[in-house]
Write a protein that binds this ligand. Structure first.
Ligand SMILES: [Zn+2]
Length: 452
């Protein structure tokens, strides 16, 4: 991440004692996070005011309107503020405009004091943020509290986490602040005819979840949209809890193409989606682990991981990027990644084409025997089975309207298939009898092209 550091030194005289002094902080444009490390001379560890000759200099911050952003006395040595996180005692804010440091000269030696402020600006920058879009907590049938789940997510290297409990909104739920992890509200509208994630709002609808008809369901979904939620049809082709309506009749924004451990339903969803894309539809897809708890040695959180391309880790930026399809879904936070690039554009973008354009499909950390498949509006246009290399790049020319997307699939080995069937058998004897198809390991949203 691009950073800029400023070192401020401020001289304090005996006369300043019991007074407040102010230092303006002109925040540059496009800052995502600000870090301030205050310190001062004559800081004798125990910062209580005593009758001994020592310095006690308090720290506080004012925002661009002159309102208190927070204060931390004289002991705190690092303060971090962004829209998604703030150190204890401070408010979350996007850093911009002119802020002010309050130099609280509580106790000053006769010889004076010098205060130091190391200010680091961390700039917005496009990158892939990793997260899980579908998780459950003790707010419904999950094992962990939001805080415990958030700590697990942070340990796994995630940048964001959606809380999507069954029919329980986060309206009354305390959402903790965890540095480096953006926790986003959601709710999984769960009915007997389908499960639908309503992402990004504390309370997506009024009244009850309990709907029976399609008209009632669409009325709730309409409310959720007006309240700013993204509406994602979860595991639409699951053999246990599918969307029971004709999908075209449901009011939605996106599809959960990958839900939990990859099985046949992901390939059915990918095939359905491809046909829709070929017909000119633009439907963003996401993945979610649907995490409730682990079984024995499993590690199911963020499996799959949705990687969202955005320039800031605040809630609204992440949500908007997901709505616009700037996502790649991978098996885990560290597994094979596919990126699409075309003249500075990437997944979810629309490129205006004059003549022709070249799209690069960049696969990194690819496993042996795994297969890359590249699709366009004409269907499957390229296939490559990996023999040994870790990274693979494929380029293709685009002319006129259309799209390019990519996925990596693999076939389980003999033992893997036995285990797969054993697990399926515990859920459905019928499902376990079916042959196991190639399974999803990574999938991108498309990059779209319009003839100009
Ligand atoms: Zn769920």
């Amino acid at each position: 991440m691009k950073t800029q550091t400023e070192k401020i030194e401020y001289a304090i005289q005996k006369d300043d004692e019991r007074r407040f002094r102010y230092i303006p902080l002109e925040i540059p444009d496009n800052v995502e996070t600000i870090e301030i490390k205050p310190s001062y001379t004559g800081d004798e560890a125990n910062s209580n005011v005593t009758d001994q000759a020592k310095n006690v200099i308090d720290f506080a911050l004012l925002d661009e309107n002159g309102d208190d952003l927070g204060s931390s006395g004289s002991n705190m040595r690092k303060i971090v503020i962004s829209s998604s996180f703030a150190s204890d005692g401070y408010k979350r804010r996007p850093p911009h405009g002119t802020w002010q440091i309050i130099v609280g000269c509580y106790q000053v030696k006769d010889s004076g004091a010098t205060a130091f402020y190391d200010v680091t600006y961390i700039f917005k920058e496009f990158r892939y943020l990793k997260g899980d879009i579908h998780t459950h907590t003790t707010n419904s049938d999950g094992k962990y509290t939001v805080l415990h789940l958030a700590q697990k997510a942070k340990k796994k290297g995630l940048d964001f986490l959606f809380i999507t409990d069954h029919n329980n909104s986060t309206e009354d739920l305390a959402i903790p602040l965890v540095e480096g992890l953006t926790i986003i509200e959601g709710l999984e509208l769960t009915n007997y005819d389908g499960h639908i994630n309503l992402l990004g709002v504390k309370k997506p609808y009024n009244g009850s979840y309990a709907t029976v008809t399609l008209a009632e369901l669409n009325e709730k979904l309409g409310q959720a949209k007006r309240n700013g939620a993204m509406r994602v049809l979860n595991h639409p082709f699951c053999f246990m809890n599918p969307i029971d309506y004709n999908i075209d009749d449901v009011d939605y924004d996106g599809i959960e193409i990958w839900n939990g451990p990859a099985v046949a339903k992901e390939m059915i969803a990918a095939h359905w989606w491809q046909k829709k894309l070929e017909g000119g539809a633009r439907i963003p897809v996401v993945g979610g682990s649907d995490y409730h708890h682990d079984y024995y040695i499993t590690d199911l959180l963020a499996s799959p991981t949705t990687r969202v391309r955005c320039d800031c880790n605040d809630k609204q930026t992440i949500l908007t990027a997901i709505k616009n399809g700037h996502c790649v879904i991978t098996r885990s936070p560290t597994s094979t990644m596919i990126d699409l690039r075309c003249s500075g554009y990437s997944v979810g973008d629309t490129v205006k084409v004059k003549g022709s354009e070249t799209v690069e499909i960049i696969v990194s950390n690819m496993k042996k025997k795994h297969k890359l498949q590249v699709f366009s509006q004409k269907g499957l246009i390229h296939e490559y089975t990996n023999k040994s290399q870790k990274d693979y790049v494929y380029s293709t020319q685009v002319v006129g309207d259309g799209f390019v997307r990519a996925q990596v699939v693999y076939e389980k080995n003999f033992i893997g298939k036995l285990l797969h069937k054993a697990v399926l058998r515990t859920l459905s004897a019928e499902e376990a009898k079916k042959p196991i198809p190639e399974l999803l390991y990574a999938i991108t949203n498309p990059i779209y092209f319009v003839k100009s």
